[in-house]
Design a protein around this ligand. Structure first.
Ligand code: HAM
Length: 418
């Protein structure tokens, strides 16, 4: 027996998944975003360049595909995220519309250790505003997400954490300050943090080790080392969120795992999810467009929702959500092989009239077909035996109250539509 690949899943009931997507599409239309689609495979170099060579995603988690043809010297990979692809698409297609407000959803791939809420193939809804200078865009995006989670999906068990990473000059000035703090406490740091201190110092804040986390609570904060412009933007972001009635907490250790961010970063997280508690994350990336090949920078901001984690949050309240109602199901039961062709013809007629219809074609006993129809939640069973065939009629059984009635075959559509 074959088993699915580690860290992947078979989703056998997509109703909640589709509900989340449909509601999000409505929300995106309301905020004037367009849906786009980019490939699942991309040049590996795109992510190396954009996410950063020292990030976990690039160093450990990429699904790289070896080229089949030696002449193709470019390696490709399964996308680990979508922001870099959106930016590549913006540059490659010479998009002139600014801001370019776009979204998409689909599978992403990261070679991570699988656990609850963490997969190697998972799904994201990704949204970006490329060419968005004002920090007010960040506030509007956060408000839109907060409305989606709280009003549309009726979630209340989550928190919004925000931080401000300043501009590259701010971080340049801040790094030595943090470095000397870490040097002072290097005897308490874990091995990974000692390594990160040298290679990618801000990443120490991602450490899960309790002693390190305790130490970082008292570490100098980047938000206290912002230049005047960034400081004003940080104040503006906070006051925008307050004016828009978005509850948030400032987490000065929030740096996010991807190197392209500057200024605003945020995550929506829920303790109900356990260890993998972040179900949405995003932020501003003002240098990425140039990094990916454009002549000029385009200040931009975006976010991605982790579908699997969002679904985990929604499962307990599933029954309160207005999920799509399935149409009434009608099942045709031919009593013997002789009635099967007629059953097919009638089924076709019902399908033409948009009536959801199934038909049993394996010659099971009446009792077994009735049991199956009941299990499938059929509203009406249409029974076809020798008599019905001769008389051009059908016996219709109402599966809710058990009433049976014989009607002309030409009347079926009218009857079921009523
Ligand atoms: P990210 O934080 O790496 O950001 O991923 C966004 C969300 O995807 C996470 O909050 C989480 O819910 C979900 N996620 C990530 N990895 C996994 C996994 N292995 N299994 C299940 N869910 C996962 C980004 O990807 C950025 N591109 C977001 C962004 C868009 N920033 C600006 N624009």
């Amino acid at each position: 027996m074959f088993k699915r690949v580690k860290g992947t899943q078979d989703i056998l009931d997509l109703s909640l998944f589709n509900f989340v997507i449909e509601q999000f599409k409505k929300q995106m239309a309301l905020y004037h975003f367009n849906e786009i689609s980019t490939p699942i495979i991309e040049p590996t170099e795109l992510f190396k360049r954009s996410l950063g060579l020292q990030t976990d995603v690039v160093t450990k988690e990429m699904f790289v595909i070896c080229p089949r043809d030696e002449k193709e010297n470019e390696t490709i990979c399964l996308r680990p995220e979508a922001t870099a692809s959106f930016v590549r698409a913006f540059v490659e297609n010479g998009i002139q519309t600014k801001p370019w407000k776009v979204f998409s959803y689909g599978p992403m791939f990261r070679y991570e250790r699988p656990q609850k809420g963490r997969y190697r193939q998972f799904h994201q809804i990704n949204m970006e505003i490329i060419g968005a200078q004002s920090i007010d865009y960040d506030a509007q995006l956060i408000k839109m997400l907060d409305r989606y989670f709280s009003e549309i999906l009726t979630l209340n068990n989550y928190a919004l954490l925000i931080n401000f990473l300043g501009c590259s000059k701010d971080r340049e000035k801040y790094r030595p300050v943090l470095y000397s703090y870490l040097e002072k406490h290097s005897d308490k740091l874990c091995k990974t943090c000692i390594d990160r201190k040298e290679k990618n110092i801000m990443r120490v804040f991602d450490c899960k080790n309790e002693t390190c986390k305790e130490l970082y609570k008292k570490a100098p904060k980047l938000i206290d080392h912002l230049c005047t412009t960034c400081s004003e933007e940080w104040q503006q972001l906070k006051s925008d969120l307050e004016l828009l009635s978005v509850s948030y907490s400032v987490d000065s250790t929030l740096v996010r795992g991807l190197d392209y961010y500057n200024k605003t970063v945020f995550v929506f997280s829920s303790e109900s999810l356990g260890a993998q508690k972040e179900f949405c994350g995003g932020g501003r990336y003002d240098q990425l467009v140039k990094e990916v090949g454009a002549k000029e920078d385009q200040p931009s901001v975006g976010a991605a929702i982790g579908m699997e984690r969002l679904i985990l949050l929604l499962k307990p309240i599933r029954n309160n959500l207005p999920l799509k109602q399935l149409p009434a199901l009608h099942v045709i039961l031919p009593m013997s092989k002789k009635q099967q062709l007629l059953a097919l013809i009638i089924a076709n007629e019902l399908h033409v009239h948009n009536l959801c219809t199934d038909v049993f074609l394996d010659g099971d006993s009446m009792k077994s077909m009735m049991r199956k129809a009941n299990k499938m939640g059929a509203s009406y069973c249409l029974i076809l035996g020798d008599d019905e065939q001769k008389e051009h009629t059908v016996t219709i059984k109402n599966m809710l109250n058990g009433d049976e009635k014989k009607i002309a075959q030409s009347e079926i559509v009218n009857y079921l539509n009523k």
